[in-house]
Design a protein around this ligand. Structure first.
Ligand SMILES: NC(=O)C1=CN([C@@H]2O[C@H](COP(=O)(O)OP(=O)(O)OC[C@H]3O[C@@H](n4cnc5c(N)ncnc54)[C@H](OP(=O)(O)O)[C@@H]3O)[C@@H](O)[C@H]2O)C=CC1
Ligand SMILES: O=C(O)[C@@H]1CCC=N1
Length: 265
C-alpha cells in the first residue's frame, strides 16, 4: 500500500515522522508532494520516504491520497487531484472544517473519502485522532486508515457532526497545552530555576496528570481537591487561577476554535 501526502507541512510531516518511527510501514511506500519541494526532500534524506515533484506524480503513484494542505488551498488542489485519480484510490482528508459532502462534490460522488482529524503529537506516536468515512467506504479502506493513524497514536470513529468539536478538543488543544507547559516553566524560571529543567518538570507533570484523569476514574475537580492541602500552598495557586479566569479562558478558546471550524465549511 502506497500512502501519498499532498502538502507536507507541520501536520503531514508529523504523521510521516511518526509512521517512519514505527515498524509498520516501508518508508519508501510513503510519498510526499509539497509546493516547496525542500520540505519533502528533507524527509526523504532523513527517512527514505519518496519525494514526488507534482500532484500528478503523487496521485499516479499512491493508493491512499492524504490531503495535507490547508482548507483554503483545497479549491485549487482538488481539480488537479481529480484529473489524475483512478478507480480504487482512497482520499483521506485531514483538513479542518471541510466536510465529506464538499470533497465528494469536488472530486466526484463515486470517490471514497475518509475524513481524519489528527494532532501534531503524531510525531511522537501520541496523536489523538478521529475519523468518519463516506458511506461507500469499504472495510479495507477503514482498516487502512485505522492502521495508518493507529500507528501514530489513538484513533476513534466519530460522526461528522462532532468533527468540529473534536478539532478543538483533540486537534487544536495541544497548542493550548504547550502554552500551559511553557507558562508553568516560566513561573519556575521567575523563581530561579533554569528553563530547560523547569520545562522538563512541567511537561512530565502534565503527562502524569493526564494519566491520572484517564486512569483514576475521578472527576478532575476531585483530583484538584486532593492536591490542595488545607491551609497549604496549592490552594493559593488554584484561587489565583480562578481569579484570573483560567477555566473560563480555556473554555472560550475551545468555543473560538469550533466557531472558526464552522466558518470553514
Ligand atoms: N497543524 C496541526 O496541528 C493540524 C492540522 N490539521 C490540518 O492539516 C492541514 C495542514 O495544516 P498544517 O500542516 O498545519 O499547515 P502547513 O501550512 O504547515 O502545511 C501545509 C503545506 O501545504 C503545502 N501546500 C500548499 N499548497 C500546496 C499545493 N498546491 N500543492 C502541494 N502542497 C501545497 C505548503 O507548502 P509550502 O511549504 O510551499 O507553503 C505547506 O507545506 C490543514 O488542513 C489543517 O486543518 C489537522 C489537525 C491538526
Ligand atoms: O489550526 C488549524 O487549523 C488546525 C486544525 C486543528 C489543529 N490545527
Amino acid at each position: 500500500m502506497k500512502y501519498g501526502f499532498i502538502g507536507v507541512g507541520n501536520m503531514s510531516s508529523a504523521i510521516i515522522r511518526g509512521m517512519c518511527a514505527g515498524d509498520k510501514f516501508n518508508n519508501e511506500d510513503i510519498l510526499g508532494y509539497n509546493r516547496t519541494a525542500a520540505k519533502v526532500e528533507k524527509l526523504s534524506a532523513e527517512y527514505g520516504v519518496t519525494t514526488c515533484y507534482s500532484t500528478q506524480e503523487l496521485v499516479e503513484k499512491s493508493d491512499v491520497i492524504v490531503l495535507g494542505v490547508k482548507p483554503q488551498m483545497l479549491p485549487s488542489v482538488l481539480p488537479e487531484v481529480k484529473k489524475y485519480m483512478k478507480d480504487g484510490q482512497l482520499i483521506v482528508s485531514i483538513a479542518a472544517g471541510k466536510e465529506i459532502s464538499y470533497l465528494k462534490e469536488e472530486l466526484g460522488e463515486n470517490v471514497h473519502v475518509i475524513r481524519v482529524m489528527p494532532n501534531v503529537n503524531s510525531r511522537v506516536l501520541s496523536s489523538t485522532s478521529c475519523y468518519t468515512a463516506s458511506e461507500d467506504s469499504t472495510e479495507e479502506e477503514i482498516k487502512a486508515v485505522e492502521e495508518m493513524f493507529g500507528a501514530v497514536g489513538s484513533i476513534i470513529k466519530l460522526t461528522e457532526d462532532q468533527f468540529g468539536i473534536f478539532s478543538a478538543v483533540g486537534g487544536a488543544s495541544p497548542a493550548f497545552t504547550y502554552m500551559y507547559i511553557d507558562a508553568l516553566a516560566r513561573g519556575g524560571v521567575k523563581a530561579g530555576m533554569p528553563k530547560d529543567l523547569a520545562l522538563k518538570i512541567a511537561a512530565d507533570s502534565v503527562m502524569g496528570s493526564a494519566k491520572m484523569v484517564l486512569e483514576s476514574g475521578k472527576h478532575p475537580y476531585a483530583l484538584v481537591d486532593e492536591v490542595c492541602s488545607p491551609g497549604g500552598t496549592t490552594i493559593e495557586g488554584v484561587c489565583t487561577l480562578h481569579e484570573k479566569a483560567f477555566m473560563d479562558a480555556a473554555e472560550k478558546a475551545v468555543t473560538a476554535v469550533i466557531e472558526k471550524d464552522n466558518r470553514l465549511k
